[in-house]
Design a protein. Sequence first.
Length: 276
Amino acid sequence: MAQVATEASVTDGPSLDPGTVVSALLVLVVAYATGRVLSAGLTAVADRLAQHRFRVTLLIPLLKFTVYGTALYIIVTTLFELTSAQLVAFSGLLGAAIGLGLKDLLADIVGGLILVVEQPYQVGDKVAIGDHYGEITDIGLRSTQLMTPNDTVVVVPNFTFLNDAVANANDSAAEMLVVVEFYIDVDADADRAREIVEDALLTSPYVRVSPEHRYTVLVGDDHYYRTLTGKAYVTDLRNEYPFKTDVTERVLDAFAREGIESPKVPAGGGQELPGE
């Protein structure tokens, strides 16, 4: 009887023959390829639908989670044919592995799931995470990728979102508020300078002006200079830097033509401008 029981317990275990292992690897490869194809396809569709781009890109991480979850379910339940008791044992081993050093990986995955549910940012948003600012290009199971203005890809672990503040510049809208600052001498004609900045904002080919998307020009006063801060929305957040360049070039040209001078450095070194 003991021998029969032993044989039964062996036959009840998972089949780990080479064919099963190869099948599991094939499932993982197919899941990975499917995730990449779906991501690329939805990205292409999103680029064609400018006004609804973010609604489409929202599906990318959801589909990835679905594909990878389905692959894991197939491997565990179908290929390895684990029983309920074995699933419990597997869960225990997984918990032990997490305790031995996979807690950071689990934190990243949990962070990714929270990102999908709460949506503090989506693919295509312009965000600042820690010291990095750029456009979100991918939200994965473990990390989020963003592209900086210098075309540098930054990979941020998803658990960072759980601990650090995240600043979202457009909150999933196609339009985004862009700020451009100029500094002029205290003796310069501030009213005329303000008119020049306002005209440059309104005539830019990238600007969006409507009752919901207002523009403004603020004038700030200091002992050694005056600050003109122009604020306006761009039609597409990807035009943030072309808009800044366009407005800056035309404002500086107009300042030069009309004799509106830059701040003079006072005797003794004076005070530096913000950002210097």
